[in-house]
Design a protein around this ligand. Structure first.
Ligand code: COA
Length: 391
């Protein structure tokens, strides 16, 4: 069986983009094609991540539409939607198809517009996002995603003594990292004091504990070892060492341990086993910090810190650039932005650049193994991917 490699990456800036979805996607896709040093006719499949196009773009057949715009119509195309884990799931299927010998070069893209350029302001977009919560038991209560993660985080605070200051330290760290990422939506520093003065969105989260609404696109090209070897002009490729994908029950009320994010634990176990590594082998991680509390839960689920100690990690510098396990050097969803369907692939773009040594001021020294953790809905879907410097 061949090992899948990432041979090209591209993404747009994340932020507000008042232009059509197809144009946004094409910018990322063509950047990835140029980065790989290949022609679009080498692509033999296209897997797209887009979570909400049916509601936000009034477009329910996006994969062939976007394929048309980037000149790859004719190859098999499909769209994946798994809330915020959407494009990681597209990536997993591309990796499996390449490993199985079904395809040689697959374009994996993610794209979403979530800002008022869609015609939807914050209340309406919050309601669109909330459609990823349980239809019968949660949506009728008015539960939004700041509320979902607010409840999980409140429980963590109750059980482990995590404080609002601990949460704010996550935002301070990720905004500091974001200042080194020219593609980040918020490239400005912030302080714990400023964060604690902000308005409450959903307890315990204040404005700066939340990721923003964002527009953006990201793309990677996944290729077989043989196809990668033929790309002599390409940038160095990275290997896909393991991918885990797990789900958990959807309503928060049914979760055995609400702070465990069980799908993340299960996906991480699978990915570590496939890659033949342990959590302590990871040099750099991009994790799903849609809210500060989500990063606290993620680093525990991934085994970077002991259960209950996630709250102190940012305060103590463990997860900062230069720390024991740098988390979200891109700025994460918090500072880089979170265009839902693009987020998972954007994490892989960042890790690929880190493993190539191309990450500029935010480069993690000697990074050889990178991990992406992308979570969807009520922590009900998680995809964990492990990338390695190709041998
Ligand atoms: N982080 C940092 N700054 C933010 C921000 C964020 N998340 N959201 C908005 N801002 C800034 C804006 O740039 C603006 O700054 P300015 O006054 O200097 O221009 C200011 O705060 C107010 O912005 P506005 O767009 O009016 O905020 P809002 O009240 O409409 O929305 C949130 C703020 C936090 C409610 C909204 O971003 C949100 O709901 N985020 C979570 C999205 C989500 O649930 N994603 C899915 C996760 S699973």
């Amino acid at each position: 069986m061949t090992t899948a490699r990432i041979v090209g990456v591209g993404m747009t800036d994340f932020g507000v983009h008042d232009r059509p979805l197809a144009e946004l996607f094409a910018e990322a896709a063509f950047a990835a094609v140029d980065d790989a040093g290949l022609e679009t006719d080498a692509i033999d499949a296209f897997y797209l991540g887009n979570a909400m196009g049916g509601q936000t773009e009034r477009d329910t057949h996006l994969a062939p539409t976007l394929a048309t715009h980037v000149g790859v119509a004719g190859v098999p195309c499909q769209r994946y939607e798994d809330a915020c884990a959407t494009s990681s799931n597209a990536f997993k299927h591309a990796v499996r198809a390449v490993e199985a010998g079904q395809h040689d070069v697959v374009l994996v893209g993610g794209v979403e517009r979530c800002t008022p350029v869609t015609g939807l302001e914050t209340p309406e977009m919050t309601s669109v996002f909330a459609s990823a919560a349980h239809r019968q038991y949660e949506q009728p209560t008015g539960l939004s995603f700041p509320g979902v993660f607010g409840l999980l985080t409140t429980r963590h605070m109750h059980e482990h003594g995590t404080t609002e200051e601990d949460l704010a330290a996550v935002a301070v760290k990720n905004h500091r990292h974001g200042t080194m990422n020219p593609r980040a939506q918020f490239g400005t520093e912030t302080t714990v004091e400023d964060i604690l003065e902000g308005p409450i969105v959903a307890s315990p989260f204040r404005l700066m504990d939340c990721c923003p609404f964002s527009d953006g696109a990201a793309a990677v090209l996944v290729a077989s070892e043989e196809a990668a070897a033929s790309l002599s002009e390409a940038r160095p490729s990275v290997s896909v060492a393991g991918v885990g994908h797990a789900t958990d029950v959807v309503p928060l009320s049914d979760k055995v341990d609400p702070t465990a994010t069980q799908s993340a634990r299960d996906a991480a176990t699978q990915a570590y086993e496939e890659a033949g590594i342990e959590a302590s082998d990871v040099d750099v991680a991009e994790v799903h910090d849609c809210f500060t509390g989500a990063e606290v839960l993620a680093i525990e689920a991934l085994g970077f810190v002991e259960d209950g100690e996630g709250g102190r990690a940012a305060v103590e510098g463990t997860t900062a650039l230069g720390g024991r396990i740098p988390v979200n050097p891109s700025g994460g969803l918090k500072a880089k932005g979170h265009p839902i369907g693009a987020t998972g692939v954007a994490q892989l773009v960042e890790l690929t650049e880190q493993l190539r040594g191309d990450a500029g001021d935010r480069q993690v020294a000697d990074a050889e193994i990178g991990l992406a953790h992308n979570l969807g809905g009520d922590a009900a879907t998680t995809v964990v991917s492990v990338l390695e410097v190709a041998q």
